[in-house]
Design a protein around this ligand. Structure first.
Ligand SMILES: *Cc1c(COP(=O)(O)O)cnc(C)c1O
Length: 242
């Protein structure tokens, strides 16, 4: 585990250097989904401080088992149903998978009620057009004015929701054995961030959460500030779990 994390840190170092960036510009999220709390403790001991989970129910068991780890931060990276918004606000420090106005409203309302406002969120955007991907439908926004207008409208509306703070964008690139093939997806998310920032004067879209085990190098080359790494730290997951 220690060696695996050192290798990831080395990849981050090399990719940032190649891009003329600082390695401190890129935050590592260890994606601990499907793995037990013991492995979170091991990764924490090796220096990881932020962990990503994709299911509220699983996190509900795991997070309390890691309560003694000072300064640990939990990010929800999987699809969130509105009826679990309250639990998500109680458990997580950042919700990376916000993809609708209704979900943002539910999160903001619960955050205010729970005294945890503003809840930190990222807007998950589907810039690849892959059917199976969650996220605000943004594929083609660069060339199609109607899609662009729709994305701007929903993002502006979320920007007005009380109790939420938008910190950036998140995307999941299609799986590929050839990371270069998804470079355009990462570039599209960065350009979308640049286009949306002026629409959100009250929010700082500093975070671009993009890049996973297979493609962090390409993602960092395209401006990623947050990589979400599961398999390259924790090993393969059980086959049924994506
Ligand atoms: C599982 C998952 C990851 C981690 O993927 P790996 O290929 O294991 O690095 C990152 N982001 C999201 C949204 C995920 O669901």
């Amino acid at each position: 585990m220690k060696q695996a994390i050192a290798r990831i840190e080395q990849r981050i170092q090399q990719a940032t250097q190649a891009a003329g960036r600082q390695s401190s510009d890129v935050t590592l999220v260890g994606v601990s989904k499907t793995h037990p709390a013991e492995l979170v403790h091991a990764a924490y001991a090796a220096g990881v401080r932020i962990f990503g989970e994709n299911r509220v129910q699983e996190a509900e068991e795991k997070i309390p088992r890691c309560a003694e780890l000072a300064g640990i931060e939990w990010h929800l990276i999987g699809h969130l149903q509105r009826n679990k918004a309250k639990k998500a606000v109680m458990l997580f420090d950042v919700i990376q998978s916000v993809d609708s106005l209704a979900l943002a409203q539910a999160l903001g309302r619960h955050a205010i009620e729970l005294g945890r406002a503003p809840v930190r969120i990222l807007l998950q955007c589907n810039v690849s057009g892959e059917d199976t991907k969650e996220g605000i439908a943004a594929h083609g926004w660069e060339t199609d004015p109607q899609i662009r207008a729709e994305v701007v409208a929903v993002v502006r509306a979320i920007g007005e929701v009380a109790g939420v703070r938008i910190e950036g964008l998140m995307t999941v690139a299609p799986y590929s054995d050839e990371p270069e093939s998804v470079r355009g997806v990462f570039r599209s998310l960065r350009l979308l961030r640049d286009a949306l920032q002026p629409e959100l004067p009250n929010h700082q879209l500093a975070t671009l959460s993009m890049g996973m085990s297979g493609d962090i190098d390409v993602a960092i080359g395209e401006g990623s500030t947050m990589v979400r790494v599961g398999r390259a730290i924790f090993g393969e997951r059980p086959a049924a779990m994506p």
